[in-house]
Write a protein of this length. Structure first.
Length: 587
């Protein structure tokens, strides 16, 4: 896995691993957009691994204005830039993997962009479309409907002249350009072979296969088995390994041997206003991947923040929150590392089959390796900032590792993970993909219900169902499960952090489910912690658990910067008490 940068985009180039001969066939993966990309990320990683095991090199990348690439939602000519990105990605793969045949795999909106790009070339031999929309206008309509289902009070109050879904935005200009994307606009055959994988039933009666056949393509139709479970939610998502293996085998079949010598790639940092970003590989076997964001000015601060995401959301964050936050911190002179823990996003898993054990204490040790990575690069002051399960790992890493100077815990749902939590969490994951369909079944308007069912087949989860499930998960725990009758290990942990000079910011959305846990362990409003020196609590009004609204994310960013600016250097005088690992024993 080699980092690549081109056309202001960041990506990973994966080399084929089968035998001494290089394949002349390579694959470029074209991302879906927004929430769909969060859900599909791990599937793309697993498909990449299956292809590489068959000797096929793969390039994954983020579109301009998305993920780790430069730009943002208000950039001009966004769709045109995406077409240019696709062209540059193909050239990058050919040059640095030594391939002459290119296969484009595009999911949802990425499939439309892939097809348009392929019509301009002769080297694209196969096009794979996964759950393609019937048009750009149809995709916008489906995504808008899904956005309304996910809408919460904090997002509905904001006025935005464009499309917003799950915190991801398209400007009106970009949305209008997406509307113009249509299969009927293709004037040439995108590829000799086209595979169309519908989310459910093969779309033989749809106009798309006929349109592609009329252009000269040999079209095959199939079902992308497991699509619903994959796209239900980034955390509850189940990767359809069998489907991906079959697809990889189809793509790799009879691939010729390359006679082209690949050129080495010299990575150019992704640089913008006040920041420069480079990839990071961390751990004894470089198992973890992330992005290190370095400020271009004020390096004398010598402090860095490790950003840990909620659930199985990869390092870019919900609504791209951690990308925006990292670049903002850099402009303030603070470095950051947005990191995928093992089994999440771009990082390899600790288990086979790959599973992201979000609350495993093995993950805590991985966080300490990331701390060491920053310390080795001369950063004296370390802050851990985690959201939800990322906050859980940050909390326990801070307890175990005295090198942590500051701790920011955003909407932490639990402090101690035990069997009862695990049972409820597993039940939540298992039922997530059906939650939306159950909710929609109560709609009395037949026309509305038909449209909603169609949408549910593509995007079967709504935020309302998610919030209800998480709240239920937390409320089913009992006071007895916390084992606080004789000793309160959480209260002791906060006392220990305070005594050694570490500063803690507890940040919660108004009414968040995690507040019940805070009170359960630390008294009303968490006063048993906030009464300690260096421990603060902050409430974000009109915000949901994920900070979906831009306003909520900006408020959180403001408070984080203020918290970091108000810090004093305590390292020289810190008292280092005994470790707390024996007080908080979890599986």
């Amino acid at each position: 896995m080699v980092p690549v940068s081109f056309d202001h985009c960041f990506g990973w180039l994966h080399e084929g691993q089968c035998g001494p001969d290089n394949s002349a066939r390579g694959v470029v993966l074209m991302n879906p957009f927004g929430f769909e990309e969060l859900c599909a990320r791990k599937a793309y990683v697993m498909l990449t691994q299956s292809l590489c095991a068959r000797g096929i090199p793969v390039l994954r990348f983020d579109w301009s204005g998305t993920g780790d690439s430069l730009g943002g939602p208000f950039d001009a000519r966004q769709v045109e830039k995406w077409r240019e990105n696709a062209e540059a990605a193909i050239e990058t793969l050919k040059r640095h993997a030594g391939v002459s045949e290119v296969v484009l795999v595009g999911m949802r909106l990425g499939g439309l962009i892939a097809a348009e790009s392929a019509t301009q070339r002769q080297d694209v031999t196969r096009l794979v479309l996964i759950a393609p929309p019937s048009s750009g206008k149809a995709w916008l309509r489906e995504t808008s409907a899904f956005a309304r289902l996910m809408a919460s009070p904090d997002t509905s109050a904001e006025s935005f002249d464009g499309l917003e879904c799950a915190g991801f935005r398209l400007s009106k200009e970009t949305a209008d350009a997406v509307k113009q994307l249509n299969w009927s606009n293709l004037k040439a055959c995108p590829a000799p072979l086209v595979d169309i994988f519908a989310a459910h039933a093969p779309i033989n009666g749809d106009a798309l296969p006929q349109q592609l056949q009329a252009l000269g393509a040999k079209v095959s139709n199939g079902i992308f088995a497991g699509y619903d479970s994959l796209m239900c939610d980034p955390t509850a998502s189940e990767v359809p390994l069998g489907t991906l293996e079959a697809l990889a085998a189809r793509i790799a079949d009879k691939a010729p041997v390359s006679e082209i010598i690949a050129e080495p790639h010299a990575f150019t940092p992704i640089s913008g206003y006040g920041f420069s970003e480079t990839p990071a590989r961390i751990g004894e076997t470089s198992i973890m991947a992330g992005i290190f964001c370095n400020p271009l000015e004020r390096p004398e601060r010598s402090e860095a923040v490790i950003l840990l995401n909620a659930g199985a959301i990869h390092h870019s964050g919900w609504g791209r929150m951690h990308v925006d936050l990292a670049r903002r911190l850099a402009r303030h002179g603070i470095a950051s590392l947005r990191l995928d823990l093992p089994g999440i996003g771009d990082s390899a898993s600790l288990s086979d089959p790959p599973v992201a054990s979000l609350y495993s204490r093995k993950m805590t040790g991985e966080v300490t390796q990331a701390i060491g990575w920053l310390k080795d690069r001369g950063y004296r002051r370390i802050t851990l900032a985690g959201a939800c399960s990322g906050a859980y790992q940050a909390f326990h890493a801070a307890i175990e590792d005295e090198r942590v100077d500051q701790l920011v815990l955003l909407n932490q749902l639990c402090f101690v993970w035990g069997k009862s939590y695990s049972i409820q969490f597993n039940a939540w994951q298992a039922t997530k993909a059906r939650a939306m369909q159950v909710q929609l079944a109560g709609d009395d308007n037949e026309k509305s219900l038909a449209a909603a069912r169609s949408l549910a087949r593509l995007l079967p989860i709504a935020r309302k169902a998610a919030k209800t499930s998480i709240s239920a998960l937390m409320s089913l725990q009992t006071m007895a499960a916390n084992a606080l009758a004789r000793e309160n290990p959480i209260e002791a942990a906060f006392a220990n952090l305070s005594a050694r000079g570490a500063r803690v910011l507890l940040a919660y959305s108004e009414g968040d489910a995690g507040l019940a846990e805070l009170e359960r362990h630390l008294g009303p409003e968490g006063q048993n912690a906030t009464s300690l020196p260096g421990v603060e609590k902050f409430t974000i009004e009109n915000a949901d658990h994920m900070l979906t609204s831009v306003q909520a994310r900006e408020i959180y960013g403001d408070r984080l910067v203020t918290f970091l600016d108000s810090a004093e250097m305590h390292n020289a005088n810190r008292v280092l008490p005994h470790r707390m690992t024996t007080l908080i024993g979890v599986a």
